[in-house]
Write a protein of this length. Structure first.
Ligand code: GRF
Length: 210
C-alpha cells in the first residue's frame, strides 16, 4: 500500500480532503505522516483529531539543506513513498527532490504557468483573467514548476473578491488532488519531458472522489 507523507504549513484543508478519500477507500493509500514546518498549523491538530501521525519540524533559522535533510529522514523513517505538498510554504532543495524522484506532488491555486508564487488568486483577479483554476504537478527545483498532472478551470466573476474566487478554486483543489493521487498510485502515466502522458483515458470527473 502506498504510504503518503503530507507536508503542510497551515490550514490543511487539502490534507483533510485527501484524508477523507483515504478513509473512504477512494484513494488506495495510507497516510504515514502529516508533517508541518510550523507548530501552529491548524492542519496538525486536524491530523491528531483523526488519529494520524502528526509531526512538527520547525524550519525557522535552519539552512534549507539542513532542514530538508531532517524532513527526508523523517519521511524515510515513516516509510513514505509518495510526498504531497499541501500548502507547504517552502521551496525544496535538490537533495530533497533527488530523494523522491518523480514522487513529490504539489497543488497550486492557479492555471500554471500563470501566476506562480504567493497570492495566486489575487494575482489572477488583478490581472483580469476570465478563467482561474488550480494545478497538481510534479515538483522540481523551481517554484510551482514541474510536469503538470491535472488542471481545472473555474470562471472569474465580476463580483469576485479574493475570498470568493479562492473558495471556488479551493473546492476544485480538493477534488483534483485526490484524483491526481489515484493516477499516480495506479501508475497509469509516463513523464515525457514536461508532459505527463496518461496510458489509459483518465476521467477528470471521477465518481468515487467527493
Ligand atoms: C491552497 O490554496 C494550495 O493550493 C496552496 O496553499 C493553499 C493551502 O490550503 N498551495 P490548505 O492548507 O490546504 O487549506
Amino acid at each position: 500500500m502506498t504510504r503518503l507523507g503530507i507536508l503542510i504549513s497551515g490550514r490543511g484543508s487539502n490534507f483533510e480532503a485527501i484524508a477523507d478519500n483515504v478513509a473512504s477507500g477512494a484513494i488506495p493509500a495510507e497516510i504515514a505522516v502529516v508533517l508541518s514546518n510550523r507548530a501552529a498549523a491548524p492542519g496538525l491538530d486536524a491530523a491528531r483529531r483523526r488519529g494520524l501521525p502528526a509531526v512538527c519540524i520547525p524550519s525557522k533559522g535552519l539552512d534549507r539543506e539542513v532542514y530538508d535533510r531532517m524532513v527526508v529522514e523523517e519521511l524515510r523513517r515513516r516509510g513514505v513513498d509518495l510526498v504531497c505538498l499541501a500548502g507547504f510554504m517552502r521551496l525544496l532543495s535538490a537533495a530533497f527532490i533527488r530523494a523522491f524522484p518523480n514522487r513529490i506532488l504539489n497543488i497550486h491555486p492557479s492555471l500554471l504557468p500563470a501566476f506562480p508564487g504567493l497570492d495566486a488568486q489575487r494575482q489572477a483577479l488583478e490581472h483580469g483573467v476570465r478563467l482561474a483554476g488550480c494545478t497538481v504537478h510534479f515538483v522540481d527545483e523551481n517554484l510551482d514548476s514541474g510536469p503538470i498532472l491535472i488542471q481545472t478551470a473555474v470562471p472569474v466573476l465580476d463580483a469576485d473578491t479574493v475570498e470568493t474566487l479562492s473558495a471556488r478554486i479551493l473546492e476544485q483543489e480538493h477534488r483534483i488532488y485526490s484524483e491526481a493521487l489515484r493516477i499516480v498510485i495506479a501508475g497509469n502515466y509516463r513523464i515525457e519531458g514536461r508532459r505527463v502522458v496518461f496510458k489509459e483515458a483518465v476521467s477528470h470527473q471521477p465518481s468515487a472522489i467527493g
